[in-house]
Design a protein around this ligand. Structure first.
Ligand code: 8GP
Length: 833
């Protein structure tokens, strides 16, 4: 774009020489200003949603000034930067988080109430940004919060899907998926950057040209080109001006129209054809841990990494003449294998567009990428058909073949590997359906580091899925135990607990130094403190109860244990085992005398989570939970001793109410299957006790808060393989059989519909060992009931859960990534001269 003839710098600097004011009147003025001029509504008449949008815009102004200064400062200092590449960011809501991190909660509250609006209701007007499936996507969002708070020169890169995670509606117990068009009323937090746009190519063919110095130049003549346009989302740190960027790409039709097509006369259909470009970023794939080789998904992956790498290279080249310093200035983290095409794309950019040789390009590429694995489940590991990659990305396929060829040479020559083992490590896998590209192997070969997400998981990847790679490159493997941001998951979602902790520790420094929570342990025995702690829990339970009242019309028994399992529905997570034990509990209560019932510890069982639309078993599990709920909740014999609820459309905003309000949370995956889990950390922070297996981060949580303060059960990961091979001969616990019979005999209706579920846990089919762990699970549940009877002891454990959760801050995790993997350092922003 043309530049101005004369820039009046003196005047310009004087105009915006201080930050916007945050007193109540200034904020009210800015809200009303946005009502009039951004929303074009009248200041005399705007509803709560409009109040939200105006307040959001006023807060966005304050984010932008910090964002601008942070980015100018980083550019000025030119440090090494880290880029977090992820196909998913599960951000949830932004308003409350931004108010809190900017430290302007109070004045905004007063400003809004002064204008006649209730802060709570205004907040509710915001829709979740649900651009992710579950754990992996939410982790990426927690990481952004920590990177900003730790003043790291970091950016996130991803896709601006127009349809986020589907809305789950449960109708007659069945999950129905509805589109989540979250942009209906606009998204006030993003800044569109029409000038930050890159062409992204697909299809076509590669031609080779001999250059004058005798080198071969590869030219990719694309068959399709779309434009990636940047949308920036400022991410504020807590109590620091540092505001980093989440850049999400949207696909738009290419600027340069193919004039040929237009000149043939079919003007209208040419335009309609062009519009198809936008479908690339239209929808988030709702599969969690199942890999489907869909062409559009591969397009999305390439689209994201191609735009991202062009952007990163452009930024680097603005300040550097050669690529020599690239590895000292750039680190890129691949969030699972989804962005792995970034590897051949960087090779292509360096070789074909910047004319570096293979050796130099490979040297650079292998210094900048690192990769995180999030699951050992084989069905999640990406393998793309060579035929598809070849068609969509012909040049990338050539490069992948070259990478593999050199890798295989190295295995033979440097590691003495040959024969079958060579084949088993090859990036290209030969199958009866044709050749496949194993993305994890590609990521492993080109990354300097690979990490798992909890100690047990990092150990397992070394012993199982990546064993052969660990044998040759042990130094590449690391562990980075996950964490969650205590800003969102404690300070913001649980204000009463926030206040109590701050008052008790005499400081709110725990909001950035979560380790300080261990200071609470000294008060665990103190009766008055226990009393206060219990009151805070009652307050949070009341909020959860009111949510359920809105959903179901029921009033909950506040003396009951609020027992929660919320997460994606998956066989390995064993929601089925949970509901089997509920069925049994129900049956037991039914056979009790009135006298016996007096001894029963009341429970409210809350289950929530989405099933992938094509995951039949998971959908049947939802129906089973609903069926049990229907029977139990309407049985007068049971009264309020037991209630079961399936909460529809579980998402980040619901979690912010459910987590603080729970007494007990279930983390009951088959040992060795849950890589880490992160809700376990959120629950522990909020004083909810864990019933769980020695799986994922539960193991480290037990180390921190003490096994005696949790309800641990089940076999360990080491025993699982042997047990699996003996499944058909294992003795089945009679109680398990009884629970199964209740379902099979139609006690909850729908017996035929549930029979595939029953089959899936019978004999040799019982892959997740429900039958085997059931007895020990019931035993742990019995201990839960016993413990609840001793209020003081329960509260003590609850306090110790929070006290022991300091390790599980994503600040700790990010600090470790920065030091051990990325080599980036904090750069606290100062306003540049
Ligand atoms: C999840 C893991 O299941 C969970 O244990 C972990 O806490 C979380 O990642 C964050 O590390 N994994 C995924 O969400 C996942 O594997 N998604 C599939 C696409 C691979």
């Amino acid at each position: 774009a043309p530049q101005p003839d004369h820039l009046n710098r003196e005047l310009l600097y004087g105009l915006l020489d201080s930050y916007l004011k945050n007193d109540v009147v200034s904020i009210q003025e800015s809200i009303v200003h946005h009502v009039e001029f951004t929303l074009a509504r009248s200041r005399y008449k705007f509803d709560t949603r409009e109040a939200y949008f105006a307040a959001a815009h006023s807060l966005r102004d304050r984010l932008i000034e910090r964002w601008n200064d942070t980015q100018a400062w980083i550019k000025h200092k030119d440090p090494k930067r880290v880029y977090y590449l992820s196909m998913e960011f599960l951000m949830g809501r932004t308003f409350l988080n931004a108010l809190h991190n900017l430290g302007v909660m109070q004045p905004y509250q007063h400003a809004l109430s002064g204008l006649g609006y209730d802060m709570e209701k205004v907040q509710q007007a915001e829709r979740d940004a649900a651009l992710g499936n579950g754990g992996l996507g939410r982790l990426a969002s927690c990481f952004l919060d920590s990177m900003a708070t730790l003043n790291l020169p970091a950016w996130g890169y991803g896709i601006r899907y127009e349809y986020g995670m589907f809305r789950q509606v449960v109708s007659e117990g069945f999950q129905k998926e509805q589109p989540d068009y979250w942009l209906t009323f606009g998204y006030p937090w993003e800044i569109q950057r029409p000038h930050v746009a890159y062409p992204v190519k697909f299809y076509g063919h590669v031609s080779v040209h001999e250059s004058q110095d005798g080198r071969q130049n590869f030219v990719w003549n694309a068959g399709e080109e779309v434009t990636a346009v940047a949308y920036d989302n400022p991410i504020p740190g807590f109590k620091t001006p540092s505001t980093i960027n989440l850049r999400l790409w949207a696909a738009k039709p290419c600027q340069e129209f193919d004039l040929e097509a237009f000149n043939t006369g079919d003007y209208v259909s040419s335009i309609i054809d062009k519009q198809k470009a936008e479908t690339i970023t239209s929808v988030l794939y709702p599969d969690d841990k199942t890999f489907e080789g869909k062409e559009l998904r591969l397009k999305q992956q390439h689209f994201m990494v191609s735009a991202t790498l062009q952007d990163i290279v452009r930024r680097y080249k603005e300040q550097h003449e050669t690529f020599d310093a690239f590895p000292e200035k750039v680190a890129m983290q691949l969030n699972d294998t989804h962005p792995t095409l970034g590897i051949p794309e960087l090779m292509r950019i360096l070789m074909d567009e910047n004319h570096l040789g293979w050796t130099r390009s490979w040297e650079i590429t292998t210094k900048v990428f690192s990769f995180t694995n999030h699951t050992v489940l084989p069905e999640a590991l990406e393998q793309w058909p060579v035929s598809l990659v070849e068609k969509l990305l012909p040049r990338h396929m050539q490069i992948i073949y070259d990478i593999n060829w050199r890798f295989v040479q190295e295995l033979e020559q440097n590691h003495g590997i040959s024969g079958d083992k060579l084949g088993s490590m090859s990036i290209i896998l030969d199958t009866e359906y044709g050749k496949m590209v194993r993305m994890a192997y590609l990521a492993l070969v080109a990354s300097h580091t690979v990490n798992g997400v909890a100690a047990i998981h990092s150990k397992l990847i070394k012993e199982t899925i990546f064993k052969e790679f660990h044998d040759i490159w042990p130094e590449k493997f690391q562990n980075k135990t996950n964490g969650v941001t205590q800003r969102r998951w404690l300070a913001q979602c649980n204000p009463p607990l926030n206040r109590l902790i701050t008052e008790t520790l005499g400081t709110e420094a725990w909001i950035t130094h979560l380790d300080l929570l261990k200071g609470l342990a000294a008060h665990a025995e103190d009766e008055t403190f226990q009393q206060k702690w219990a009151e805070v829990k009652v307050e949070a339970k009341a909020k959860l109860a009111s949510l359920l009242k809105d959903l179901t019309g029921d009033d909950l028994n506040m003396d009951a244990i609020f027992d929660v399992q919320v997460k994606r529905i998956h066989e390995y997570k064993r929601q089925f085992m949970n509901i089997l034990s509920v069925a049994l509990r129900y049956d037991r209560i039914k056979s009790m005398t009135e006298k016996e019932k007096e001894e029963v510890v009341p429970r409210v069982v809350i289950i929530g989570g989405k099933a992938a639309p094509g995951y039949d078993m998971a959908k049947r599990i939802i129906k089973l939970i609903s069926a049990v709920s229907e029977t139990v909740n309407n049985d007068p014999d049971v009264g309020d001793l037991l209630k079961v609820y399936f909460v529809p459309d579980y998402n980040v905003s619901l979690a912010e109410v459910i987590v603080p309000g729970s007494d007990l949370n279930q983390q009951i995956s088959t040992a060795g299957t849950e890589a880490s889990g992160t809700s376990n950390m959120k629950f522990a922070m909020n004083g909810s006790l864990i019933i769980g297996t020695m799986d994922g981060a539960n193991v480290e949580i037990a180390e921190e808060i003490g096994e005696e303060n949790m309800f641990i059960f089940g076999v360990g990961a080491q025993e699982v393989p042997a047990l699996r091979s003996q499944r058909e001969y294992l003795q089945v616990d009679p109680q398990f059989q009884h629970a199964v019979n209740l379902i099979q005999n139609g006690h909850f209706g729908w017996a035929d519909y549930f029979s595939p579920l029953i089959e899936s846990i019978t004999g040799s089919r019982d892959w997740y060992l429900l039958a085997n762990d059931f007895e020990s699970y019931l035993d742990a549940q019995e201990r839960v009931d016993q413990e609840w009877r001793d209020k003081a002891s329960w509260t003590r454990k609850s306090i110790l859960s929070t006290a022991g959760s300091g390790k599980f801050s994503s600040d700790r995790t990010i600090h470790e990534y920065a030091e051990d993997i990325w080599g980036v350092e904090p750069l606290p922003p100062t306003i540049p001269e």
